[in-house]
Design a protein. Structure first.
Length: 150
């Protein structure tokens, strides 16, 4: 036991607690029982803010485990509820550029049986895609290429 080899005042300053708290603990009384989860509350809030309010209890638990803080997911979820921390859910919208289940006739690829063009401006091909932007918006990118270039 450290209290036999070191002064109590030195140990209390080392662990950043008051001597009153130490002696209350020694008598079996909890010094500050209401703040049992104050440090985890702070750590959860910091992790929540550090990840732009996107992390829920599962990912916060994993992040805290990496730091060596072990808390159960249910306790983290309870603390988040009492503190009013609710993860922002990204929108589930994924734009669809092609409806492949339409059941209608699909045009044949007219370039399959043709040979490669020998001069520019004979065959043009295109494609379209989308890119997610900040704020949940989307931008569409369409490209056109002359078939002789590749």
């Amino acid at each position: 036991m450290l209290s036999k080899s070191h002064k109590i005042s030195y140990l209390c300053s080392l662990f950043d607690i008051s001597r009153t708290a130490y002696y209350r603990y020694k008598r079996g009384k909890s010094h500050n029982s209401g703040s049992k989860y104050n440090r985890p509350k702070h750590e959860i809030r910091m992790e929540f803010i550090r990840n732009f309010k996107r992390y829920g209890s599962r990912r916060i638990k994993a992040a805290l485990n990496e730091k060596g803080i072990t808390l159960g997911r249910q306790k983290i979820a309870e603390i988040m509820r009492t503190e009013g921390l609710r993860a922002i859910q990204p929108p589930k919208f994924i734009p669809r550029t092609t409806d492949s289940k339409h059941g209608k006739r699909v045009c044949d690829n007219l370039l399959l049986d043709k040979r490669k063009p020998e001069s520019p401006n004979q065959v043009w091909v295109s494609d379209i895609t989308y890119m997610p932007l900040k704020g949940g918006k989307w931008a569409y990118l369409a490209t056109w290429m002359d078939r002789t270039e590749f």
